[in-house]
Design a protein. Structure first.
Lengths: 1000, 176
């Protein structure tokens, strides 16, 4: 048995020892211990170092609010986690723990030099200490701050664990499983509601786990608890979840919860996720989160061994650990008296109970006397002794607010209680109002914005009996709104510890308050003095005080420090706390892993990767991919030894000279169908559609209401009342949404319907002088001659026996066809064409070659040559506007003064003087490279490539008044070297007459 | 798409053989004509399904239906609707290849779907269907029996959804 373990106490399995390591030393705990309780059982209070001063720190709480006892935990490669709270980590055989923020050792840390220099690190020190000289910032101050900043070490290896996600719906979600939570869950569960009850601890019970003396309806608390748990487990409509933290309360009763699944297991089962994020939609929520004990603020209140009295009670009653053998108690609340009594009964020699109040319940005083505990009422604490562990506390009587002379009380632990703060973090997430109770001096839940009940200590009630009754009522209230009813059970509790207390600002002292290290935020090393300094320096709102001092910005999010900070700041300002404000609590309630948020989105599932039906062929044939919207598209197909430049040059050449094959399946496709289809198309697109014959196709241009180009694509008329619309790859969803938006909100009278068929069809583009020769033998039901099937036509026919929509169109300037077949046949058709195409040296090409070939023809790519500020006239495609049409989306904007103004940026072609110079896309263009800087930029390059076909570079650019600047010279300044000279011209670099489309 | 099957975590996951699949858009007032053309009384309420022989229909939106029939009948159905097009305005689009369908069955099939599906699956009655999302993908969920679902998803999203479903299957099998 370890030194501080009490035989027969606690809920841990004292018969099952668990060995783990702490800073390389083997420590023995018991099954059921947390890391904190196991270390305390071995007399180890020192567990960490603070953030700023590197002061030695011990555990102060027994729960998730712990600010000090943060450690690094590792269980093999990639499984290191910094800042694990020792109070939450359960021990298992082989657990490896290291303390952090120390060098070289926890007990002797050189960083603690900061502590000696504390006068330098006062509130706002970032803004003051490191200001001058200015030149020191980059070389001295910033490296120093960066080195000193942060808690623990960030992991550097890839996390091999999986993280899971679940959605869950229920009638009533109960957060917290103390007496009020259990009563609420039982009331709602018995009435047949679908109930979920969660608790962040490894077992349910909350306060009941720490107060076994209570009797509920004549049954001892733990026996009652076991009964309650088995009753809940027996109800099929109740789900009980432990090790699960409700981290955030979002709109419409959506609660985020993180379940810790494997962190307490010695061996990891295969495929088990480490954590699971639950997204719960509850019709009613009951918040039964209890209250958090508030520290007292006095000089030396952060020495290891100073801890919350409630924590000591929990360590004793739940874990069977005495946190000290000669503890002293310092309190302003009755609850700490019971801790003293429990410890005395368990064999500790309590050095004293020091209460700040002059009047305390006589029953408590009598009990102290029975147990032989010295009592000091109306006292303050003014100093502590000990550095790595408390040795004594200096206490002074207080008369009329000022401290008299002090004397030392020697102790090995100091258990403090400054009252209890209702836990309202989740309620605060809902933006529900927090009302200041001026009598109780706490914030309580006020106006609610969600379907939520708050029960028990969370709304300021005290005692197990009150919590049980309030929980039962909350359960009934929740049922009522669900249309169910239940009678409210009532509970009879004996040996309940009903108590009361007061709250303080920092305790009075007889010493210089300016020298006192009276900590408010333990982790961030914020003292009462810092807060007062912040107020003196002009901070009036608690939000400013918080940011100036960093009070409440630690990983506990101010659970221990916020109210003390507010009380002191309000006192310094001479105002009531609500006039100074309360900082906002934000999710998550406790520190949460990134893994839990990412869930399944890692590796190949980090994001959706859409693949075409032909993608697998491209992969087998060595394609290099590029992402386009959510798709991955074959970028180019390098042969052995080829880089992108060579591969693309070869692909371009093969296509122009003979035959290229391209996977165009990602193009968006929309079926526009119905008697008003033509009218709809006339209104959406700039082009006229009425006279487009069935079986013909046309380039369609889509504008926004502002007149700027949004999308384009070839559109085929399949029937009088049916159009096959194609869109850009990235624009597919956007265009369909825009069309639906107009249809549903502007023109609901039109009888026309839109259906996405992007994925119904696999689309293969064949381009090159031999395209028809390859394709024709496969086609049935379509006369392939130039006359019968001219450029810009579409037919329904079969290709290689597959039903097909066959377009004769070209985005390359060569004779071209696009074959649409049902998606499942895409790869089969591709392979047939590939085999047969070998006689023409068929060449698969990717998106890069497609871009080059279209640029040689001056075809724009929406989003590359346009940027959302380009009109059809700017782009040189004003011919696509149906001049006779009464209206279309964007038409009116095309007459706006700034749209028709001269000197707009217009799309032109650029040929560099040096044919080998390839401009950089995005490069700025100037008239005169010798003008003084900053130069006037008149435009920029939008597309630029090496053209193998032309044996030179080609580029497109938008240039102010460009259409009127034909043959003028411009310059493209370079980051290094002379500006590149180029001449403005047409964008049609290749085959301007379009003769290659007509090859027989 | 290979017709693979995996049986793990009390769930059998399989690619369902292809069917003739249509997206029907029509004014609710004209539903009778459409019912006649399809040979099945189309359900009028969003979410509802109707089944007769080997044809099924589910109402997915105020004017939208998903139709299923045996593959061989695709042409016949297209013709039947073409015959009424002059008189009754509608849009019938073949989407047989747009979607890939997965079948999920077994005592934990519904639980498996909750790994990516935010809606309350308990409220989808047997025989009915809902258009919703699974993770980042739009899907249609069809409930064939208490423990039997079909998930239809656009073809290019299928590998993503399938990978997540099999990950979740392994997770269920882990017992944690």
């Amino acid at each position: 048995m370890t030194q501080y373990r009490v035989t027969g106490r606690g809920r841990v399995d004292q018969g099952t020892p668990v060995k783990f390591s702490f800073d390389g030393k083997t420590i023995t705990g018991c099954k059921g211990d947390t890391l904190a309780s196991a270390l305390l059982a071995n007399g180890q209070h020192l567990m960490g170092r603070s953030f700023k001063y590197h002061r030695p720190r011990g555990v102060v709480t027994a729960g998730s609010e712990e600010p000090n006892a943060l450690v690094g935990v590792t269980r093999g490669k990639g499984r290191f986690e910094p800042n694990t709270r020792a109070t939450m980590q359960e021990v298992y055989p082989g657990l490896k723990v290291e303390s952090q923020n120390k060098w070289p050792t926890l007990a002797f840390d050189l960083g603690a030099i900061n502590d000696r220099l504390y006068m330098l690190f006062s509130a706002g020190f970032y803004y003051k200490t490191f200001m001058w000289p200015r030149s020191f910032w980059d070389s001295v101050y910033e490296p120093f701050i960066r080195k000193a900043a942060g808690l623990g070490k960030a992991p550097t290896e890839v996390d091999p664990d999986t993280y899971a996600s679940r959605y869950l719906h229920c009638d009533v979600l109960v957060v917290g499983s103390g007496p009020s939570g259990l009563a609420a869950a039982m009331t709602a569960g018995r009435a047949g509601a679908d109930v979920v009850i969660v608790d962040e601890n490894s077992e349910m019970g909350g306060t009941l786990l720490s107060e076994p003396q209570a009797q509920i309806d004549g049954i001892p608390a733990w026996e009652w608890l076991a009964g309650a748990v088995s009753e809940l487990d027996a109800l099929p409509n109740v789900r009980r979840m432990t090790r699960t933290t409700a981290i955030g309360y979002y709109h419409q009763n959506m609660i985020g919860m993180v379940e810790r699944i494997t962190d307490h297991l010695a061996t990891l089962p295969e495929d088990a996720p480490r954590e699971r994020m639950w997204r719960v939609r509850a019709r009613e929520v009951v918040l039964a989160q209890g209250a958090i004990e508030r520290p007292l603020v006095f000089d030396g209140n952060d020495v290891p061994g100073v801890m919350m009295s409630g924590a000591a009670q929990t360590f004793l009653n739940r874990f069977g650990v005495l946190v000290g053998k000669t503890p002293a108690v310092l309190t302003s609340h009755d609850s700490a008296w019971h801790t003293a009594f429990d410890m005395a009964e368990a064999g500790a020699k309590v050095a004293a109970i020091v209460d700040t109040r002059e009047i305390v319940d006589i029953g408590l005083q009598d009990r102290a006397k029975e147990l032989g505990i010295p009592v000091k009422l109306g006292h303050t604490a003014t100093a502590t002794k000990g550095r790595l562990r408390i040795k004594g506390v200096r206490v002074n009587p207080v008369r009329a607010g000022s401290a008299g002379s002090g004397h030392w009380v020697f102790c090995d632990a100091l258990l403090t209680c400054g009252g209890w703060t209702p836990t309202l973090h989740l309620f605060s997430h809902t933006k529900g109002a927090l009302d200041w109770d001026a009598d109780a001096r706490v914030y309580l839940p006020g106006r609610k914005s969600e379907a939520v009940q708050i029960a028990g200590a969370g709304r300021g009630l005290w005692g197990i009996g009150a919590a049980l009754d309030d929980g039962a009522k909350a359960g009934t209230d929740a049922l009522k709104t669900l249309g169910k009813s239940a009678s409210v059970p009532s509970y009879e509790v004996q040996k309940d510890r009903i108590g009361t207390g007061v709250f303080h600002k920092e305790l009075p002292t007889d010493r210089s308050p300016g020298k006192a290290k009276a900590f408010v935020d333990f982790q961030n090393d914020v003292t009462a003095k810092d807060l007062r300094l912040a107020v003196r320096e002009g901070m009036k709102s608690i939000e400013h005080v918080k940011r100036y001092t960093t009070n409440g910005m630690a990983t506990d999010q101010g659970k221990l420090s916020n109210m003390n900070g507010l009380t002191i700041a309000a006192d310094a300002l001479g105002k009531e706390p609500p006039q100074v404000g309360l900082t906002t609590f934000r999710p998550p309630y406790t520190p949460t892993t990134f893994g839990a948020f990412c869930g399944y989105h890692k590796g190949a599932q980090f994001e959706v990767t859409r693949r075409t039906p032909i993608d697998s062929w491209a992969e087998e044939n060595g394609a290099v991919y590029e992402p386009v919207a959510l798709w991955r598209r074959a970028w180019y197909f390098p042969k052995a030894g080829e880089g992108m430049h060579k591969a693309v040059a070869r692909e371009c050449k093969s296509t122009r000279e003979s035959l290229g094959i391209f996977d165009a399946s990602t193009l968006g496709k929309i079926e526009v169908s119905g008697p008003d289809a033509t009218e709809f198309m006339n209104r959406m697109y700039t082009n006229p559609w009425t006279k487009l014959g069935v079986g013909r196709a046309r380039y369609g241009l889509l504008l926004g209401e502002d007149g700027f180009i949004r999308d384009d694509g070839v559109i085929g008329r399949m029937r009088d009342d049916l159009f096959h619309v194609t869109t850009t790859t990235g624009g597919a969803a956007r265009v369909l949404n825009m069309m639906e938006d107009y249809l549903q909100t502007e023109w609901p009278d039109l009888k026309v319907w839109l259906t996405s068929t992007t994925e119904e069809w696999a689309t293969i583009a064949l381009n090159g002088p031999n395209a028809r020769k390859l394709l024709a033998p496969f086609v049935e039901g379509c006369d392939m001659s130039n006359e019968a099937f001219p450029h810009m036509s579409v037919r329904e026919c079969t290709v290689a026996g597959f039903p097909s929509r066959l377009f004769r169109i070209s985005f390359t300037g060569e004779l071209g066809f696009e074959i649409n077949v049902p998606a499942r046949h895409g790869r089969a058709l591709w392979e047939k064409l590939w085999e047969a195409g070998k006689q023409y040296d068929i060449c698969p090409y990717g998106t890069e070659t497609m871009h080059v070939l279209r640029a040689e023809k001056g075809f724009i790519i929406v989003g590359q040559d346009t940027d959302g500020t380009v009109t059809p006239q700017d782009a040189g495609i004003g011919w696509a506007i149906g001049k006779m049409k009464p209206d279309f989306v964007g038409k009116r904007s095309l007459d706006r003064p700034d749209i028709v103004a001269p000197n707009r940026k217009q799309l032109v072609g650029l040929l560099t003087e040096d044919p080998k110079a390839v401009l950089v896309e995005g490069a700025q263009i100037v008239d005169d490279p010798n003008q003084p800087k900053p130069m006037k930029m008149i435009g920029h390059v939008t597309s630029s490539y090496w053209s193998e076909t032309l044996g030179r570079s080609v580029a497109m650019a938008v240039i102010e008044g460009g259409h009127d600047k034909m043959d003028q010279t411009i310059f493209v300044p370079q980051a290094d070297g002379a500006p590149i000279k180029a001449k403005i011209g047409t964008t049609m670099f290749y085959d301007p007459k379009g003769e290659r489309l007509l090859v027989e | 798409m290979t017709a693979h099957v995996s049986n793990l975590g009390d769930v059998t996951l399989a690619v369902v053989p292809p069917v003739a699949r249509f997206n029907l858009r029509i004014a609710p007032g004209d539903l009778k004509a459409a019912s006649k053309a399809f040979g099945l009384d189309l359900p009028a309420k969003v979410g509802q399904g109707a089944h007769e022989g080997d044809r099924s229909a589910w109402c997915l939106g105020p004017d939208e239906w998903l139709l299923h029939a045996p593959e061989a009948e695709q042409g016949t159905i297209v013709d039947a609707f073409a015959a009424i097009r002059e008189k009754v305005a509608h849009s019938l689009v073949v989407i047989s290849d747009r979607e890939v369908a997965y079948g999920l069955s077994g005592p934990r099939a519904t639980e498996l779907l909750t790994t990516g599906c935010p809606i309350d699956l308990g409220r989808i009655k047997v025989g009915n269907a809902k258009r919703t999302v699974f993770d980042y993908a739009q899907v249609v969920l069809i409930r064939d029996a208490e423990d039997e679902w079909r998930l239809e998803v656009w073809r290019s999203f299928a590998p993503h959804v399938e990978a997540l479903l099999t990950t979740a299957q392994r997770e269920l099998a882990s017992g944690l």
